[in-house]
Design a protein. Structure first.
Length: 126
């Protein structure tokens, strides 16, 4: 005999769960590290095969997240900075001495003291 779910009971359980007071989530921020010096496909973040750059697609995908307090791009050069500004994104210039995206994120995180959670979204993953 196939299992049958009693929808009325399930709906009651869901309703009771959603009515319980919830603990507020700590403030989070999405940081997208971006650099032009890709070894396999240089300047890939600026490619515009669809009319928008790969970086813009990634930023817009991140904007669909509902919980973060904000989104920014951590860049290593002025060309990427200008690209992010061109589509209205928040951008932070990081030191050229940052060896990795994680280093760029750490530098930006120090400028975001209100963020308790930092979410790393890769710039080439729209």
């Amino acid at each position: 005999m196939p299992f049958r779910l009693n929808l009325t009971a399930s709906q009651t359980i869901l309703r009771s769960i959603s009515m319980k007071p919830s603990t507020p989530l700590p403030p989070s921020y999405i940081v997208i590290p971006a650099r032009l010096a890709s070894t396999r496909l240089p300047r890939k973040l600026l490619l515009r095969e669809t009319g928008r750059s790969l970086l813009q697609h990634t930023y817009e995908a991140a904007q669909r997240a509902k919980l973060p307090a904000g989104i920014c791009v951590a860049v290593d050069n002025e060309e990427l900075e200008a690209e992010v500004r061109s589509f209205g994104g928040e951008v932070y210039m990081t030191s050229p001495d940052c060896a990795s995206g994680t280093d760029r994120i750490a530098e930006v995180a120090a400028r975001l003291p209100e963020a308790e959670i930092i979410v790393n979204v890769q710039g080439d993953e729209p």
